[in-house]
Design a protein. Structure first.
Length: 152
């Protein structure tokens, strides 16, 4: 059996919802297109967490960067509120939310934007990161919770 290095899975709460696993659309695409799992209304000037029904697994020294697709961004004046979402390796299967990836979108426009279920809203790109001398990566307790779960 081949070791699983990185990839996507559907969270248990969305198993029967026909969630599509992210795919790259062209041979040179860096990002895996991520769809909205539910219809969501983006109210002007407010942040809304868009569920994806997905979780991601990866190596300890990697993270998944979440980037809003340029078409959504330009067409509707929508962005990821924290510019790039960062999904840490230990977010996967955490006991509070199973690692469910939620995309925090903000509508900069003055009209509501309806995101339909199945709309490709973001791209996920896996990144390797480096640490400083003496860093004890992987030390510490088990992650619990979602946004802001490691403190402010």
């Amino acid at each position: 059996m081949t070791e699983k290095l990185r990839g996507f899975q559907v969270v248990e709460a969305y198993k029967d919802r026909e969630i599509h696993l992210p795919k790259r659309k062209t041979a040179s695409s860096a990002g895996y297109d991520i769809e909205a799992a539910d219809e969501v209304v983006l109210v002007p000037h407010k942040v809304v967490l868009v569920p994806t029904g997905l979780k991601a697994y990866m190596q300890r020294d990697e993270y998944l960067g979440i980037h809003v697709r340029s078409g959504i961004s330009v067409k509707y004046s929508v962005s990821c509120v924290n510019s790039q979402g960062i999904i840490d390796a230990d977010y996967y299967d955490n006991p509070d939310n199973e690692g469910h990836i939620m995309v925090p979108l903000i509508n900069h426009g003055d009209k509501e934007v309806v995101i339909s279920r199945g709309t490709r809203i973001a791209q996920g790109i896996f990144y390797h990161y480096l640490t400083v001398d003496g860093d004890r990566a992987g030390a510490g307790g088990q992650r619990t919770g979602g946004f802001g779960s490691t403190g402010e």
